[in-house]
Design a protein around this ligand. Structure first.
Ligand code: KG4
Ligand code: ZN
Length: 348
């Protein structure tokens, strides 16, 4: 297959499909510009306080056709204009990935266009290349350092080109997003709790409480100790005052959020000093955090870094980042075969 559906000779149109966790998303990218990016979340997990894999794959099955259909309509293109289908191969929940993978395979066969497999983490890193309009010129230049912070991953990556990425440090246990979500759950906030902590932190005092930061060598991170110390701290306070959480929620959120940001920034600053790379990007769901966005902007000003902070819609899981990664793979003719299978674990 050679992508014979090209209508306008100099443009490349990619349909991206993302289904690695609990968001079903489809996006159309023309060259590097986003034409549509439709995301269907799954409220079914809220009652369980976390993603239930079996329910996630069922919801993907229900959502995928309407989501892809809407993405094509919103992009105002015909299916015949699509040059290739890019899909998330992993990492993620196997049942969820299978839905997107199978759908992408079927559509690539029926449209007779190439299939492109994308690593979800590379998608997050490359989300900075999505253009909001054809004049958008804020793409990073290589090499840049990317702090990838999501619900499943916390990594510092040297991005040498679109597909040469070197992870120089990662979490040895929980991801930063998991720390937000687990601590939110301890406080009785809904899942996923990162955004609730972010919102409540705005009215709180970040110096009200201090929590221990881990001592982990190199550029690696650890967040499970913070979650445990937060749990024990609250358990002790609740003994004296059963309303402690309710009375101090904003301060707890602000103090916890600051601790997480400090842990991230300490390692990032260390990595910049060591690598001497001063072009910095943040990616992933936790890159939506207003405290992190403000802090990195302040540090950048102070330290003369050039920073790339993604638009909110490109921080949490979305198919536009899969489509842009697919676009660069298309240029290299890096196509997948029909017997490709999803990968629950897939390093960057
Ligand atoms: O990238 P993402 O959508 O999914 C993964 O690939 O994991 O990230 C989801 C994570 C969740 O842990 C969620 O709580 C966190 O991103 N998150 C936030 C915020 N918005 C989403 N964490 C802190 N502050 C936010 N505003
Ligand atoms: Zn993600």
């Amino acid at each position: 297959m050679s992508g014979e559906n090209t209508i306008m000779s100099n443009t490349i149109t990619i349909l991206g499909i993302e289904s690695s966790c609990d968001d079903t998303s489809a996006s159309v990218i023309r060259d590097e510009e986003e034409l549509s990016n439709v995301i269907a979340g799954q409220d079914v997990h809220i009652a369980y306080g976390g993603v239930v894999p079996e329910l996630a794959s069922r919801a993907h099955q229900q959502n995928i056709i309407p989501v892809v259909d809407l993405a094509i309509k919103k992009a105002e293109i015909e299916k015949s204009e699509i040059n290739a289908i890019a899909f998330t191969r992993g990492p993620g929940l196997l049942g969820s990935l299978l839905v997107g993978t199978s759908f992408a395979k079927g559509l690539s066969l029926s449209l007779n266009v190439p299939l492109i497999q994308v690593n979800h983490l590379q998608g997050h890193v490359l989300s900075h290349f999505i253009k909001r309009n054809s004049d958008d010129s804020c793409q990073p230049s290589f090499p840049y350092l990317c702090l990838l912070v999501s619900g499943g991953h916390t990594e510092i990556i040297i991005v040498k080109d679109h597909f040469t990425m070197q992870s120089i440090g990662k979490s040895i246990d929980d991801a930063a997003g998991e720390a937000f979500d687990k601590c939110a759950k301890i406080m009785g906030l809904p899942y996923p709790g990162g955004i609730y902590i972010d919102n409540m932190a705005k009215a709180g005092n970040k110096n009200a409480f201090t929590f221990n930061k881990p001592r982990i060598p190199d550029y690696n991170f650890s967040f499970s100790g913070l979650k445990t110390s937060f749990l024990y701290f609250l358990r002790d306070r609740l003994k004296d005052n059963p309303d402690f959480i309710e009375e101090n929620k904003s301060d707890l959120c602000a103090s916890l959020q600051t601790t997480i940001i400090d842990i991230l920034m300490d390692k990032l600053i260390k990595a910049v000093k060591q690598t001497q790379i001063h072009e910095i990007a943040i990616s992933g769901g936790v890159a939506a955090n207003s405290g992190l966005r403000e802090t990195i902007a302040l540090e950048a000003k102070k330290r003369k870094w050039k920073i790339h902070i993604p638009e909110l819609k490109y921080t949490t899981d979305n198919a536009a980042m899969i489509a842009i990664a697919g676009y660069y793979k298309y240029l290299r003719k890096d196509f997948a075969s029909q017997d490709i299978t999803p990968l629950a674990r897939y390093a960057i």
